[in-house]
Structures are given as structure tokens and as C-alpha cells.
Design a protein around this ligand. Structure first.
Ligand code: G
Ligand code: G
Ligand code: MN
Ligand code: NA
Length: 252
């Protein structure tokens, strides 16, 4: 309850920020984009994890203002990156409630307002976020893609109906959940799952991103399995914009 009442205050006080975590393409070792991850540095409670407060906001129907802020802030950060000579696309996370209504129109307007082409932002949706609302979620994703905006399915393999989602939703990128990457190098079952997911994604023409890559061994195993890109602490943690710019400049 306290969280609910403090959202508006927090937005006004600038307690929300987006940190950027880079994605690395394995075939040429180039950075291909970033994921924007929400941080709430609460004056009253210290840093709060989105894993904690997003579900609370969703349950109380309070996501709209925060989601709108995330969209505008993503567009602003893309502009800041552009001014620093960095043309990488930035993906933001969209939750279930975001996909209802005129989502693609709001994204289009944000791009227009910041004079950005559709290739500069991407949308990550979790499987669970579209459960129960297949028709309208699919329509929202289809109109995003019609605008030229790439759509990723996040946390792949953790929801239910995983495979049905690949059939129901128009997608560009499949992000393999971190829980499968953790066991990749010493659990044969995890390795087989990751192998199969990559093979499946390829057959469907989807780009694969492995999440939560923390070790060199995991990265090499993913390379051997034909994964396209990786994201995780091995490359970089989610970084404030200035640190992200410095990281990109230092990347060779
Ligand atoms: O960065 P971190 O591991 O704390 O994120 C925890 C969870 O919060 C992840 O599942 C992530 O997808 C989600 N998340 C992070 N930023 C956002 C956001 O801006 N919007 C939504 N809806 N979820 C987010
Ligand atoms: O659900 P989603 O994939 O959007 O959540 C990403 C979350 O995972 C973020 O909270 C981010 O901080 C976290 N994260 C990113 N890279 C790593 C990593 O290498 N290891 C761990 N444990 N968490 C990570
Ligand atoms: Mn994500
Ligand atoms: Na994820």
C-alpha cells in the first residue's frame, strides 16, 4: 500500500532510473544493443527491485504511469546515446497491462517525439505477461512489428505454453532464461534444453539471446551451440547511462 501511494511522488522526485545492460553478438564480438532495466531508488526504503514492485503495481492497476515513464525515458536515453555517437537500439520491458489498449500507437508517438526511427527501440515481453489475453496481445505485437519495431520474448522456457506462444505471437528475438544458462556447463539436461531451444529458434528464423551469462565457460558453450548473442554480468552489469557510454567506448 505504501508503495502504491509513493509511485507518483517517486516519479516526481526522480527516484526511478533506467540502467542499460549491453547485448553482445558472438559471431563478431560486437555490441548490438542494450536492455533497459528499471531501478527505483526510494528515499524512504532504499533501492527496490522491479521483481518486487512491478507485480504490486500490476495488481493495483498502477503500472500505466510507470510504464509510460519507462517508454519516454527509453526514447530519451536512445537520444542521449545518439548524441554520444552510439546508435545501438535499446529494448524496454513491457508487462501484460502495457499491451492492452493503444500500445503500439504510444510507442510510435514516443519515437516521433524524440525523432527516432523504429529500429532504435525494441520491446521485450515475458510469456506470462501475455497469458490470458492472447488475441489483443498478439494484435499489439503485430502492429509494433508493422512499424518496424523488433519484439523479443523474454525469460523463454519459464512460462507455461511456451511453444504455443511461438505459434501465437509474431516475434523477432527469443531470450533464453537465465535459469537454463546457470546449469549449462555442468547439467546435461540444461545443456540439452538450451541446445534444443537454439535449434528451434533457428528453424523459426528467430535471433537468440542468452540471458544471465556469468562465465567464460558459459559463453563458449553458447557459442558452440550456435547461440547468436549473450547478455549478463560477464559482459557488464546493468549500468547508469554515463557508465554505459563509457563501457561502449571502451569496447573493442
Ligand atoms: O533488473 P532486475 O533483475 O532486478 O529485474 C527484475 C525483473 O523486473 C525482470 O524480470 C525484469 O524483466 C523486470 N523489469 C525490469 N525493468 C522493467 C520495466 O521497466 N518494466 C517491466 N514491466 N519490468 C521490468
Ligand atoms: O526478466 P529479465 O530478463 O528482464 O530480467 C533481467 C534481470 O536479470 C535484471 O534484473 C538483471 O539485473 C538481471 N541480470 C542480468 N544479467 C545477470 C547475470 O549475469 N546474472 C544474474 N544473476 N542476474 C543478471
Ligand atoms: Mn527483459
Ligand atoms: Na529474463
Amino acid at each position: 500500500r505504501y508503495i502504491e501511494s509513493s509511485v507518483n511522488t517517486a516519479l516526481a522526485a526522480g527516484e526511478f532510473t533506467l540502467h542499460l545492460q549491453p547485448k553482445l553478438r558472438l559471431k563478431d564480438n560486437r555490441l548490438i544493443g542494450a536492455e533497459a532495466l528499471l531501478r527505483w531508488n526510494s528515499a524512504a526504503h532504499g533501492p527496490l527491485s522491479p521483481a518486487l514492485f512491478i507485480p504490486i503495481l500490476e495488481r493495483s492497476g498502477l503500472t500505466a504511469r510507470v510504464s509510460d515513464w519507462v517508454l519516454q525515458e527509453t526514447a530519451r536515453l536512445v537520444q542521449v546515446l545518439g548524441s554520444a555517437g552510439i546508435e545501438l537500439p535499446v529494448a524496454f520491458n513491457a508487462s501484460a497491462a502495457d499491451l492492452r489498449g493503444d500500445f503500439s500507437e504510444r510507442v510510435r508517438q514516443a519515437l516521433e517525439r524524440h525523432a527516432l526511427g523504429p529500429q532504435r527501440v525494441e520491446v521485450e515481453v515475458t510469456e506470462t505477461s501475455v497469458i490470458g489475453d492472447c488475441g489483443s496481445a498478439a494484435a499489439a505485437l503485430a502492429s509494433l512489428r508493422a512499424l518496424g519495431i523488433a519484439v523479443s520474448v523474454d525469460d523463454f522456457g519459464t512460462g507455461y505454453s511456451t511453444l504455443a506462444y511461438l505459434r501465437a505471437f509474431p516475434l523477432d528475438v527469443l531470450k533464453i532464461d537465465r535459469s537454463f544458462i546457470t546449469g549449462l556447463t555442468d547439467n546435461p539436461v540444461d545443456r540439452q534444453i538450451v541446445d534444443s531451444v537454439i535449434t528451434l529458434a533457428r528453424a523459426l528464423g528467430l535471433h537468440t539471446v542468452a540471458e544471465g551469462v556469468e562465465t567464460e565457460q558459459q559463453l563458449e558453450a553458447l557459442r558452440a551451440l550456435g547461440c547468436d548473442s549473450v547478455q549478463g554480468y560477464l559482459i557488464a552489469r546493468p549500468l547508469p547511462i554515463e557508465a554505459f557510454i563509457a563501457f561502449v567506448r571502451g569496447w573493442t
